[in-house]
Design a protein around this ligand. Structure first.
Ligand SMILES: Nc1nc2c(ncn2[C@@H]2O[C@H](COP(=O)(O)OP(=O)(O)OP(=O)(O)O)[C@@H](O)[C@H]2O)c(=O)[nH]1
Ligand SMILES: [Mg+2]
Length: 452
């Protein structure tokens, strides 16, 4: 998004009928433009800032609407520029008339997120905070809002600032040794610098890892029930969605397509899939179902692998289990009411296996509690969700630090110093000291709505 000189305007409230509709104007000409269409007891330039006034908007001689108006004088405004907020009546026609009127007087329509973009450009907020505002607006779950609020309150900055401080100190140390090579650098100093760099790297890793887990809570998780035909996947699906959603029958190959339902597990939106039983024979429709099952398996966050515990594990099943093992599935050992095959039970790791019966519901409580815990434990107590753009910045800083570490080992201190400087420059995008490159800004602000 380009940083334009134009004065911008936009409707800040959602489209449709509303009691009030808010129009925002920001930029050097904001007062001139609004002043030319607003009439009240006092002339516009006599209005006090941050004070509400009642008045009327006129299009030439034609009355447009009776409105309330607030004037913000730069830099004490959301964008850091001169701004006016007009509280008009919330009808589509009225608001579009006001916008059209302001444009005729010289304002330009704002791009999505442009007000917030100006706020960031003018140092009113960090990109992290800007992003959190959008997340607060768009979050659909309680957990999502909680994460956005954490970020808004600067918990990410609290992570970054100490890290930045330590790296700056390390840089000063290295630079001193470069400036006075005759003194050399003390081994104790080298090891301290190494430690600082290493701990910065692990701090970044920790942030990224926690963010990854937060991501799950925001976007919702995907879970698939899979396994051989006829083991009871659909029966378990129906229990979990608390509805007879899918057909259950003793005929293997009943489910042929992916079926899904959304559940709320521990405040996380979870999309649960029932799938076609995995086997290599069957007609073309069933084989297509199996192909879709595998495709989905590769993308889900958690796999629930269902096995008939009353029977020995078949060779085909062993192959599937082997392939999925590193995905750490939950193993649902079903049909325990028909008897349990001890060998089958012992084929699965104790902490991930659940002996259940979809028929009698025995064991379902224990499984559902573990299922809930899996999502509950995903919310790190001090984690912050980072968008791909912000994570990208962190990863870049980390790459520079990894290079610095290597160069310190090789006693190439001047190279190490430049790596640390690059890492600090990269981190400065996050602390608001520098504006990130255009493509990063675009990726953040393009997700905003117009008027924000
Ligand atoms: N005794 C017993 N029967 C079960 C249990 N769970 C499912 N069944 C029966 O097993 C048969 C298959 O159940 P489904 O839920 O359709 O199994 P599925 O894995 O979805 O089967 P496909 O869709 O064909 O792959 C049905 O007749 C169910 O009633 C159980 O815990 N105990
Ligand atoms: Mg089925």
């Amino acid at each position: 998004m380009p940083l334009r000189n134009e004065t911008i305007c936009a409707v800040a409230t959602p489209p449709g009928k509303g009691a009030i509709g808010i129009v925002r104007v920001s930029g050097k000409e904001a007062f001139g433009i609004v002043g030319s269409v607003f009439r009240a007891k006092l002339p516009f330039d006599k209005l006090l800032e941050r004070t509400v006034y009642l008045g009327r908007l006129y299009d030439g001689k034609e009355f447009v609407d009776e409105v309330l108006i607030v004037k913000y004088v730069a830099p004490a405004s959301y964008t850091g520029e001169d701004m006016v907020e007009i509280f008009a009546h919330g009808g589509t026609r009225i608001l579009s008339w006001i916008i059209e009127l302001l444009q005729r007087r010289g304002a330009s329509p704002a791009l999505p997120g442009e007000f917030t973009f100006r706020a960031v450009s003018n140092g009113k907020m960090t990109i992290e905070k800007a992003e959190s505002i959008n997340e607060m607006i768009t979050s659909r779950t309680r957990r999502g809002l909680e994460l956005a609020r954490r970020k808004f309150n600067g918990s990410f900055e609290r992570f970054i600032l100490p890290l930045e401080g330590n790296l700056k100190e390390a840089l000063v140390n290295i630079e001193a040794s470069i400036d006075f090579p005759e003194q050399g650098i003390k081994p104790a100093d080298v090891s301290r610098i190494q430690q600082t760099v290493a701990s910065a790297i692990s701090r970044i890793d920790e942030m990224l890892e926690k963010s990854e887990r937060c991501n799950l809570l925001l976007d919702g998780a995907e879970v698939i029930l899979c396994g051989a035909p006829n083991v009871g996947k659909s029966s378990i699906f129906n229990i979990l969605v608390r509805d007879e959603r899918v057909i259950v029958s003793d005929e293997p190959g009943t489910t042929r397509d992916l079926v899904d339902a959304t559940l709320n597990i521990a405040g996380v939106p979870v999309r649960l899939y029932d799938s076609a039983g995995i086997r290599t024979s069957g007609d073309s429709i069933e084989l297509e179902g199996v192909r879709r099952t595998w495709h989905k398996i590769e993308r889900v966050d958690l796999i629930l692998l269902v096995v008939d515990v009353s029977k020995p594990v078949s060779d085909d099943e062993k192959k599937v289990i082997g392939e999925l093992l590193d995905r750490e599935p939950f193993f649902l050992l079903n049909k325990a009411d028909l008897g349990v095959n001890e060998e089958t039970i012992s084929a699965f790791p104790e902490e991930r296996r659940f002996v259940i019966s979809a028929k009698t519901k025995d064991g379902m409580d224990r499984f559902e509690a573990a299922f809930e815990r899996f999502f509950d434990e995903h919310l790190p107590v001090d984690g912050v969700f980072l968008s791909a753009s912000l994570s990208g910045i962190l990863m870049k800083a980390k790459r520079f630090l990894a290079l610095a570490k290597q160069n310190i080992y090789q006693e190439a201190y001047d190279l190490a110093a430049s790596d640390i400087r690059e890492a600090l420059d990269t981190l400065s995008f996050l602390t608001g000291k520098n504006l990130p490159p255009e493509e990063i800004l675009d990726s953040i602000f393009s997700r905003f709505c117009i008027g924000k």
